[in-house]
Design a protein around this ligand. Structure first.
Ligand code: FES
Length: 105
């Protein structure tokens, strides 16, 4: 079993367990386990409501495609460690990842 550490949009901390490919994307995992109000475009990378910050590991910040960069650029706040949760695969590479849900601006 893998896990990630999450600060949700109201500041509460959670440790969420998952199985590899149990969810198609990190956004789906967060919605299912935390009922957070994100994911308006259902993972197409267009709405920005699944905006998260990744504190570790920094390797998770790689592989941002142009669509994701573009959507993040339209957020009111955009950080060097910003990503869209809908563009992140739920596999062993996110094990022990520490994130914060920024969500809606
Ligand atoms: S769900 Fe819309 S950008 Fe991720």
């Amino acid at each position: 079993m893998y896990y990630i550490s999450v600060i949700d949009s109201i500041g509460d901390h959670h440790v969420l367990e998952y199985k590899k490919y149990e969810y198609r994307t990190l956004m789906e995992l967060l919605v299912d386990k935390l009922f957070d109000d994100i994911g308006d475009c259902r993972g197409r990378g267009l709405c920005g409501t699944c905006h998260i910050r990744i504190y570790s590991p920094s390797s998770s910040l790689l592989f941002i495609n142009d669509l994701e960069k573009n959507t993040l650029n339209y957020q009111l706040e955009y950080y060097l460690n910003s990503r869209l949760a809908c563009q992140i695969t739920v596999d062993e590479h996110i094990h022990k990842m520490n994130i914060e849900i920024i969500g809606r601006d």
